[in-house]
Structures are given as structure tokens and as C-alpha cells.
Ligand binder design. Sequence first.
Ligand code: GLV
Length: 317
Amino acid sequence: MKKVLITRKLLRSCEDKASKLFNPHFNSNDEQYSQKKLIELSKGCDGILSSLTDKIDKETIEKLPATIKIISNFAVGFGNIDIEAAKKRNIIVTNTPDVLTDATAEIAMLLILGACRRANEGMEWVKKENWKWSADFLIGKQLTGSRLGILGMGRIGRALAKIAKSFGMEIHYRNRTKLNNDKEMGATFHDNIKSLFSVSDVLSICCPATKETKDIINKETLEYFPTGAIITNVARGDMIDDEAMVQALVSRKIYAVGLDVYKGEPKIHPEYLKQPTAFILPHLGSATKKTRTAMADLAIDNIDKYFKTGNAKNKVN
Ligand code: GLV
């Protein structure tokens, strides 16, 4: 049986499935392996089932044993892996698309609602037990009739568009390529970010982290937004220059943020914790039993298929 290093603990049923197909090395304490430990533990293994918390950079890849043929990432994003370095070593990298689309779009909507309707402040007040209803208490922004900009109209962006339309939002998007009418579902395409941001009462970041999208929200691009816009991010923290964002929150250029992902997470820019207008979650995008099971099953299947047929499903490099 092929030996597979599974870097993080999976749900029980998924670990049982892995045990039937391979000889797995589990991480029963669910500790976060250092790069050194990951390299050490991969000795004698044929593949790695990694998670987004493993930073598998060029240096790590170069030190992996020659027996490693596949890294199956338990995530749709794969910015944690240097896929070019892996390719040079003939290591296939796979991801888990599709199965987490709906769960992540739900969290994207939660971020929009939480930020627009001041959920963080509401929760603080309710815990203090001295809140009083009044006609102007915690007035927020209503979604009906407002414009939602979606940066990255892939699977998650499109699922969010569908949900947001049912809230009466008008959808705008920026994508590398304009979608066909079917996929566009009446949304308006923008061929540059300035144009998108300038019509975004609310922005949802749904694009992958790449060299081009790193810090795409920065001091300069924040100026493109209408004053009082709301920015939400369900993709990756890399897209936001946090210093600039915090400044924009403090100056009220940006009314509120809704964030599920952070640069260098689990660390969070300390100012977000202090800003009442920051509605923040600890990377819960795909965190439902249904989705986490489907993701792990797919990550396992990706390895199994490759070992059985020599062809990998959901290959990204
Ligand atoms: C979650 O963040 C993922 O990329 O799967």
C-alpha cells in the first residue's frame, strides 16, 4: 500500500476512508508541523495530503524525498504551495474545487450581512445587557438596491452572486475574462478594478491569491471606492494591505469590513480586533460537516486516482 503523510487531523470518517486506501501517517494531536518536521515525516512516503496551514514553499519542496509524487491540498486555494517548484520536481499538486463553493458563498454572504448590519457592535451591546431600543440604535446599511462588486467571478463568486441577487443587490464583477450570458446571470462586467471598485457599495473578494492580486486593496485603490463602502474578503488575506485598510476604517472612508481570512493567519492585524466596524471570523468558509467531509474525500480520491491510474484529478500544476 502507498504511504501517505496526512499533515492535519481529518474528520473521523475521512481518516477511516484514507486507512482503507493507503497506509496513512496521521497527525493525531493535530499539531502544526514545521517545514523541517514535514520534510522529515515525508521520508518513505509516496504522497502528502496537505492543508492550507502548511507552507510548502520552494525550499521545502526541494528537500522533499524523491519518493513523493503527489501533494493533494485539502483546500480549493493552493497559494500555500509553490506549484512551479513542485512541477520542476515532477510532483503533482491537486486541490478540492467545487465541493466548498456553497459553504464559502454562505460565509461570504454572512460577512456582507454582518458588516452592513453592524453585527459585531450588536453582539457587544447585547452582552453588556444595558442596551435600549431606539429608532436610531445601531442603524446599518440595507442591502436592497445596493451594488455588490465581486472581485473574481469563479465558482464561489457566481454562487454568491445568486444569493446576493435574492437580497435585491445589483451585481457587478471583475474577472480576467468576461463570462458568457449564462454564467453572468445579468451581472455587469468591468474590465478594470478602478471601474469595479467605483461602483461597489459592497465588495466581496472571491479571487485566488496570485502575484497580481497581492495587496490589490491598498492605499491607492481604496480611494476608488464610494465613501462609506463595505469591503469583505472570503478568499485569502494576501489581497489586502491591512495598514491601509485600518486607516480607511478609522477615517470612515470605509464603513465596515467583513473578513474571514488574514495575511499570516491565525495572526490578525491587531487593529481589526479594536475596530467596532470590523466583523471578523476565524477562516470558517468551508467549515461545515458536509463540506469538510466532501473536501477530504476529494483530496483522498485525488491521490487514490493518481496512484491507480497515473492520472490526477484536479491537478493545478
Ligand atoms: C479554504 O480556504 C480553501 O481554500 O479551501
